[in-house]
Design a protein around this ligand. Structure first.
Ligand code: SF4
Length: 414
């Protein structure tokens, strides 16, 4: 089993380069390397990284920008900030390589985590000749601030809110110029790929945040394609897992049938879920699924940027209906309306938040309908009947502390 990022120990940038380093690569060979390894984005959508690089590299506009996206608004994930705080040289090396692959004159790390920004600036100052031109752009934290068009808008001086696509950033990004935006973990993987070569790199690794309301969490690095069951077992006995919130809040609430699915974008998508940022919240036997989904929907409703009509009205309406059902104070039509909205609102927002809300509801209706109906007719299930869902619920159960110690699966199991 191969782990790269955290198994790299406390190696410094100088040691990393002495031990094989980044090698000499031109633009075409870097793009070919990303294609050969089928390197996918680690920010959420899993888009092929080589295609992103090519789209910017082939632009006729000679002014190009490369951005390392470290804005991690997902409450269930800590991977990006732990990576930036502990392995900044991998992120910066990956950004340098990506900038070279697309011919970018300007490179920016986009981040809200203050500690990460301090660490990155210190490395950039110390390694002046390698990283001298890299800027660190800080943005206030928000759930949608990490969306790529939000990053472009913020760097151009506007609010960190998504805009309609097209144009996508590779067509017209910062200052109207073609812009590559890549998640910081993707870039760290790219640096490891360039240093090790495609055959040793294989399919690379994933950083996954796993947590539950009853056990301490873990941030683990596992090979791409590891069965989900192995990762869940790191934080809780698998027989105690009733369900999982997958992909942060982007993959819905899924049943045990998903436990043997491989952790990779295509496999999870085919199973009706999403890998997203590879964050998983374990729903234990003592957790009420309806209550958790209500928390998640309330969070999404609050974090909506409220600039697309369907999301402004739809996410708020879905969250309100879930709160009424969870509290046993619903209208007769609420369950049926949830099913309708989960289908009709998909794909109608500028960003993925509205789709996340729809998938959350459709997974609830598909896999946990009895739980939902027991709330609808019985004023709550046995697990939560005594509890009250507050209107302004703070999503504490789904938020993990930002300081989980990074571990490799190899390190835990041996
Ligand atoms: S879908 Fe919602 S969160 Fe996303 S841009 Fe539109 S209003 Fe904002």
């Amino acid at each position: 089993m191969t782990c790269f990022l955290f198994a790299d120990g406390t190696r410094t940038l100088a040691e990393f380069r002495t031990l094989g380093g980044l090698g000499e690569h031109d633009s075409a060979s870097l793009i070919a390397l990303a294609a050969e390894a089928d390197l996918r984005g680690r920010g959420g959508a899993g888009f092929p990284f080589a295609r992103k690089l090519s789209a910017v590299a082939e632009s006729v506009d000679p002014v190009r920008i490369a951005i390392a996206n470290g804005e991690e608004g997902e409450p269930g994930s800590v991977k990006d900030r732990v990576l930036m705080r502990t392995k900044p040289h991998l992120v910066l090396d990956g950004l340098r390589l990506a900038a070279s692959a697309v011919g970018a004159q300007r490179s920016i790390v986009y981040v809200s985590d203050i500690e990460s920004a301090v660490v990155l600036r210190a490395v950039i100052a110390n390694e002046g000749s390698s990283f001298g031109s890299i800027e660190v752009f800080e943005v206030p934290p928000a759930y949608v601030a990490g969306e790529e068009t939000a990053a472009v808008r913020a760097i151009d001086g506007g609010p960190a809110l998504p805009t309609a696509k097209p144009p996508r950033p590779f067509e017209a990004g910062v200052g109207g110029h073609p812009t590559l935006i890549a998640n910081v973990e993707t870039l760290a993987q790219f640096a490891m790929l360039a240093a090790r070569g495609a055959s040793e790199f294989g399919r690379g690794t994933l950083l996954s945040t796993v947590h539950s309301s009853t056990h301490s969490g873990a941030l683990v690095e596992v090979p791409v394609g590891t069965p989900m069951r192995e990762v869940l077992a790191l934080v809780t006995p698998i027989q105690d897992v009733r369900a999982i919130l997958t992909g942060g809040l982007f993959g819905g609430v899924q049943p045990a049938a998903l436990f043997d699915v491989a952790l990779e974008h295509d496999a999870l998508r085919a199973a009706g879920s999403a890998l997203g940022c590879a964050a998983f919240h374990v729903v234990s036997a003592s957790d009420c699924v309806v209550e958790l989904v209500t928390d998640a929907m309330s969070f999404l409703g609050r974090e909506s940027a409220q600039q697309c009509g369907s999301c402004l009205k739809g996410t708020a309406a879905m969250a309100a209906a879930m709160r009424r059902i969870a509290a046993g104070d619903h209208a007769d039509t609420d369950v049926e309306a949830l099913g309708r909205w989960a289908v009709s609102l998909r794909g109608r927002g500028n960003c993925a938040l509205l789709d996340a809300a729809c998938l959350m509801l459709s997974s609830l209706l598909e896999h946990w309908r009895l739980d939902l109906e027991s709330h609808a007719v019985g004023h709550g299930c046995e697990l939560c009947r005594a509890r009250v869902i507050a209107d302004d619920f703070a999503i504490t159960r789904l938020r993990v502390p930002p300081t989980l110690v990074p571990l490799s699966l190899e390190g835990i199991t041996t």
